[in-house]
Design a binder for this molecule. Structure first.
Ligand code: ZN
Length: 418
């Protein structure tokens, strides 16, 4: 018998959350803020309406909800996402996955008998990293990949240290690693999320299945030429750091030629930055992504080689500093196949996509838990903005696909190993 999820109620929950913690100027759910705590308090109220579950918070601030299964030592299936949002963000990023998981839990609890295995819902803490610049904080603590010393002294725009902001929410950063116990015995992790890109809309599909998340290589680049008087200095004798930087920006784009590569120069600054001086210094950031590790390495090498040629041509010095990197994460093959089959059944079609953006599911997968994500169409591919939106029929299709997939994964997990 199929699990029956009330997708309309999930949509109503999403709208209610947006009325209380969003509005025309976008989401107000920045992690470790009063707004976020009160959104979580609202969510707690929704959970209190469900019989037979327990709710608690782990050492890293992630909220866990448990519906015990008939076989309570047979492991558990996790469904989740994050309630936190970037400032002035949209109404669906993260919340869709949490409210969808709530819908699944409600349906399971109302079905009259306990699920064959235990089901847990998780609301990860600080997925966005919008305040301190460190994404996936709660999920990487649970995955065992968070080093407190790496993040302790990160500061927000007001100068507050990350460690102190966590402490104000009763989370002890040095104890956060104990959250790893929450993934012990996990059989599968499922996450529903908006696509944040244009592929599903372009292909006229409601739901796609995500094969994994791209690897990221992020560098800060410093180009040193010579600042001189712009009116007086001849063109052929200049050592213009910005001209070299402009050529490098084009080389970054050129190196991202295959359909799965992404490359962004999102920040650039010059000195002395006045109309009458040739820029002597140019600093920029390069963010390169690819789901294949070798292809990502090739992109990085190509840009380094281009920089070496540009440095000679323009007579400048170009230094790269690697500021962040993460390897590509592949989701579980069996779950991807099951997700694709389920999406086809429920919505009439589906496609496999990779995610250029990071998600908590990548942290969970890197801890060895079989994971998969479902994406629902995003209007115009816009997210992290108040304009973020998805038509109700696509949202409902996503919720129904999540429920059907969860039902199948739960049933499959309950089978004795053959
Ligand atoms: Zn998200």
């Amino acid at each position: 018998m199929n699990l029956v999820v009330d997708a309309d109620r999930v949509l109503a929950d999403l709208k209610e959350l947006h009325e209380r913690h969003g509005g025309p100027d976008g989401a107000r759910r920045l992690a470790w803020s009063e707004d976020w705590l009160s959104a979580r308090e609202w969510f707690r109220g929704k959970l209190d309406e469900i019989d037979g579950i327990s709710v608690d918070r782990d050492e890293a601030g992630n909220v866990w909800v448990e519906l015990p299964g008939a076989n309570d030592d047979g492991g558990f299936v996790i469904v989740g996402s994050h309630l936190d949002a970037v400032p002035s963000g949209g109404w669906l990023d993260g919340c869709l996955g949490v409210m969808g998981a709530l819908g699944v839990l409600r349906a399971l609890a109302a079905s009259g008998s306990p699920p064959p295995v235990t089901v847990r819902l998780v609301d990860w803490a600080d997925e966005e990293g919008a305040r301190f610049g460190r994404s996936l904080l709660g999920s990487s603590a649970a995955a065992g990949t968070l080093d407190p010393d790496d993040v302790r002294d990160l500061r927000d725009a007001k100068g507050t240290r990350l460690q102190d902001a966590l402490s104000a929410c009763d989370v002890d950063l040095d104890g956060a690693g104990a959250a790893t116990s929450r993934l012990e015995g996990a059989l599968a992790y499922l996450e529903l999320h908006i696509e944040q890109g244009p592929v599903l809309e372009r292909d006229g599909l409601s739901v796609g299945v995500v094969t994994g998340t791209a690897g990221v290589e992020r560098h800060a680049v410093r180009i040193r030429g010579q600042a001189v008087q712009g009116g007086g200095f001849p063109m052929d004798a200049r050592r213009d750091a910005l001209v070299a930087g402009a050529r490098l920006v084009l080389a970054v784009r050129e190196a991202a030629r295959d359909a799965r590569s992404r490359a962004t120069v999102g920040a650039i600054a010059v000195r002395p930055a006045i109309p009458t001086a040739v820029p002597g210094l140019c600093e920029l950031t390069i963010d390169q992504r690819h789901p294949d590790a070798d292809a990502l390495a090739a992109m990085v090498n190509e840009v380094h080689d281009a920089a070496a040629r540009i440095a000679v041509d323009e007579r400048v010095a170009i230094d790269f500093e690697r500021i962040w990197a993460i390897a590509p994460v592949a989701f579980d093959d069996d779950l991807v196949a099951l997700g694709e089959e389920t999406a086809r059944e429920v919505t009439g079609g589906s496609v496999r996509l990779f995610s250029g953006a990071l998600h908590d599911a990548a942290a969970v997968a890197s801890a060895g838990v079989p994971a998969v994500m479902l994406f629902v169409q995003s209007a115009g591919g816009i997210s992290h903005a108040p304009e973020e939106d998805t038509a109700p029929e696509h949202l409902a299709a996503g919720v129904r696909t999540l429920a059907r997939l969860a039902d199948r994964v739960i049933a499959r997990s309950a089978r004795p190993p053959g």
